[in-house]
Write a protein that binds this ligand. Structure first.
Ligand SMILES: [Zn+2]
Length: 351
């Protein structure tokens, strides 16, 4: 009615972010995200057994083409419509604020916004710190609308599912509903060899996607794991292969989101990692932790209706992993508060 009476009234407001999807690639180095496959590691027979095959799949002399071979979705859709933080060659840094530079402290930092020095083990300890996913789950309109799918079986403890009440499906947990697809998936993940000691990332992904179709959560977190395990194993060719597969899974998920009215143009996607890995000396790419200096170097990718299309961030700037928790809340216009300090959000992602 108002728009009929007023000639200056806009027809519709800016599309709102009503949903959030977070994806992490465990221990995925920024060097490959921004530089593609590393020539020294491709040529090293110890790390790349099938050198010729891996080079033909991932190498190009031009860095922009090379990184797109490894992360086609990041360097097409996200680079065109979103933001990519962490290219230190351009002076754009993202860092762990925690000094430990391994998984549990990293995921604690991402989701609580608090690099707690008492969180310094990968053991299955119940996290005392309130995380932003449970904070969101407690807000009106979000109850039982937060779901987590992870490969690593420590996540139920990191996110303290027994306290937080959020749905966490990790390793070989079956899906909480019965369809033809869910039964097939449960069957496959109970029969797989689990070569890395946990379910393969593809099962984590498909379980998350099928849950999304069935339950339509407003917040979904997917935690992939293979890149870290394969890097520890010194298998550079397989590390690259998993990175590419995870990029394709993210693209598949994005395509699904854009095909459903609840999610289309109303969903923000944030992709990041828990920690980096070494780079100097080059053999240290396998490792991370307190003694590996470069391992605190990470990256963030963001895409969504409120995220300005700035592409690869080339300004001199420093962000911290601890800023993500408050950013996740701000995407919904919420201010995350907890039983501990919370770092400031990254405004450029949601404004
Ligand atoms: Zn690791």
């Amino acid at each position: 009615m108002l728009s009929f009476l007023s000639g200056v009234q806009k027809i519709s407001a800016q599309p709102a972010t009503e949903n959030l999807v977070i994806v992490t690639l465990d221990g995925m180095r920024w060097q490959e995200v921004f530089g593609g496959a590393d020539s020294a590691l491709l040529k090293n027979k110890k790390f790349t057994r099938n050198s010729a095959g891996t080079i033909s799949k991932f190498w190009n002399d031009t860095i922009e083409i090379r990184r797109k071979k490894l992360f086609p979705f990041l360097w097409s859709t996200v680079a065109n419509k979103g933001q990519l933080y962490g290219n230190r060659w351009k002076g754009n840094e993202v860092n762990n604020a925690n000094r430990y530079k391994f998984s549990y402290p990293g995921y604690n930092e991402i989701f609580t916004g608090y690099p707690d020095t008492a969180v310094n083990s990968n053991d299955k300890n119940l996290n005392k710190n309130i995380n932003v996913l449970e904070f969101i789950n407690h807000q009106a309109g979000f109850t039982n609308s937060v779901a987590v799918f992870t490969t690593w079986d420590v996540f139920p403890y990191i996110l303290n599912k027994w306290r937080s009440g959020i749905y966490v499906n990790s390793d070989t947990d079956s899906l909480p509903f019965s369809t033809e697809q869910s039964r097939l998936l449960d069957n496959m993940q109970s029969l797989t060899a689990r070569p890395l000691g946990v379910r393969p990332d593809i099962f984590t992904y498909v379980a998350a996607r099928e849950y999304m179709k069935e339950k339509k959560p407003k917040v979904l977190y997917i935690g992939f794991d293979e890149t870290d395990d394969l890097a520890h194993g010194g298998m550079y060719d397989l590390y690259l292969g998993s990175a590419l597969a995870e990029d394709k899974m993210i693209e598949d998920l994005w395509n699904y989101l854009q095909s459903v009215p609840q999610y289309k143009n109303k969903t923000t996607l944030i992709i990041t990692c828990d920690h980096g890995r070494g780079d100097d000396p080059k053999e240290n790419w396998q490792h991370h932790g307190e003694k590996i200096e470069d391992a605190g170097q990470i990256w963030i990718a963001a895409l969504g209706p409120h995220t300005k299309p700035m592409g690869e961030m080339k300004n001199k700037n420093i962000l911290y992993q601890k800023q993500l928790a408050a950013t996740f809340a701000k995407i919904f216009g919420l201010t995350f508060t907890a039983n501990h300090p919370v770092a400031d959000p990254v405004e450029s992602i949601y404004e």
